[in-house]
Write a protein that binds this ligand. Structure first.
Ligand code: ATP
Length: 138
């Protein structure tokens, strides 16, 4: 049960529940910009971008996750994020992300008519997000 200073957060993907617990602050990037969420926020639904997701736990610890779109719902002090994928920093393989970045950049620089540029741009965005999240951990 949430106290007045916390809210419940659930992050759900098709594969698993990535996070469930009480948090004191969330920053999620929506289509309209960054949304800071404190406990007792008004009910709301928003579409999320491929971007960092900040969660502050009740012990004051700040964590950044790599979130790959989806939707956020705030209802009665409970926040639910339903997303195609969301990764905790410790689950991100830096070398794999670097390889994906190099592949995507190579495709974007290619002049070949066979390249799906939108797909390559999205792959680049995902790899940059993963590397950004790892950099935030330090
Ligand atoms: P890659 O080309 O390396 O597969 P991608 O961006 O195309 O990267 P996704 O389609 O976003 O990969 O993800 C496919 C699966 O692989 C997901 O389960 C995702 O969590 C995982 N994954 C992809 N890249 C990484 C990474 N760098 N570290 C950990 N897991 C990863």
């Amino acid at each position: 049960m949430s106290s007045g200073k916390t809210m419940h957060l659930n992050i759900i993907t098709p594969d698993s529940t990535v996070y469930t617990g009480e948090v004191s602050f969330i920053v999620a990037r929506t289509e309209l910009g960054d949304l800071g969420i404190l406990p007792r926020h008004a009910n709301l639904v928003a579409a999320l971008e491929i971007a960092p997701l900040r969660i502050d736990t009740t012990d004051g610890k700040k964590t950044y996750l790599a979130n790959f779109g989806g939707f956020l719902e705030i209802k009665d002090n409970s926040v639910t994020i339903v997303t195609p994928n969301c990764e905790l920093p410790e689950d991100i393989d830096v070398e794999r992300a670097k390889r994906a970045k190099a592949r995507a950049e190579e495709r974007l620089h290619s002049k070949s008519a066979d390249i799906d540029f939108d797909r390559a741009r999205l792959a680049l965005q995902r790899s940059l997000l993963r590397l950004d999240i790892k950099n935030k951990v330090g």
